[in-house]
Design a protein around this ligand. Sequence first.
Ligand code: ADP
Length: 359
Amino acid sequence: MTDSHPLETRARELLGTVKDPETGRKLAKQIHTVAVENNELNVQVGLTTFAAPLKPDFQQEIATLLKENLSGEIEKISVEITEHLRPAQPLGQVGLTAKAVIAVAAGKGGVGKSTVATSLALALKNAGCKTGILDADVYGPSIPQLTGVRGQVQKVDEKIQPLDFNGIPLMSIGFMVPPGQAVIWRGPMLHSAVTTFVRDTAWGDLDYLIIDMPPGTGDIALSLSQLLPLTGTVIVCTPQEVALIDAIKAVGMFRKVKIPILGLIENMSSFLCPDNGKEYDIFGKGGAQKYAAEDNIQFLGDIPINIQLRERGDAGEMAANFDDENVAPHLVKIAYNLAKTLAKNAAENPVQAQLPVLG
Ligand code: ADP
């Protein structure tokens, strides 16, 4: 295709300076259409589902760039963001096809790690990303409870078929254990169970695999990272000093095993009293954010203490949190900040083109 109008050539040059949020590379094949017609410049630029949470930013960045440079020469500029297809590549030697594997971890139990893992997966899915959840919290697999998904896991052609949670493939160690029964996992058994779930589950083509990690220990993360390149970990904590101490320990542990720390999330940060509308900081507030800033860790956001959030968790109706104006913006922001952090990392360290597969 040749550009007939000189403005089309200029627009293409400008678009060629924009970076793809997923790879950090300059846009090339993602520039789908550039056309001038009736004194209007129309561009269509593709964005992969991986970077879907950043779609409004991407649109804005391109519109501003074109307007700042070309608006004197054309009446109207319109920018449409379409989907750019770029399948994920197999990671490591395990046959998992995913673009990012994110471990959600905590220094100790009960801080809302599984709630955050489920919410993060839902927020990414709602934004348009292909997302899976692996519940690897062997000491307390709470994802079946939080999602309300229960059932027998089936094998087809040697592959474990994940269960479905709102369009998210879900596999939990809890599906293998009768409810209410305690299982004593010994080290090697635990490691091989997690490995099996990553390797032998029919996950399909994923942008993100969110793994709910067992709390407090880094060895599962270490064995996972030997299996495939973990993109990094997100650490959940609550605001009290004692909880923060555990989170700081967890940060140290991940650093020791060289797993990137993508960010910190403060859960149960404040309580908005439904009776009087006042905000109470039951466990304190802002401690995690302050610590994150001091230790050069990205703060991904906070989630208030919310009675309905807990009730929805107990009822297996976590998806309804996204219809709750007191909760949803916090969850959406965390997914957005995570996508932004990954885009920043990619821009600083562009992914090498693996032609011809990547567009
Ligand atoms: P963990 O995985 O860290 O053990 P869970 O995610 O299972 O923690 O959460 C423990 C309990 O706390 C659950 O009952 C959950 O619904 C509740 N919970 C988590 N986060 C919040 C919150 N922000 N507000 C109210 N309850 C919460």
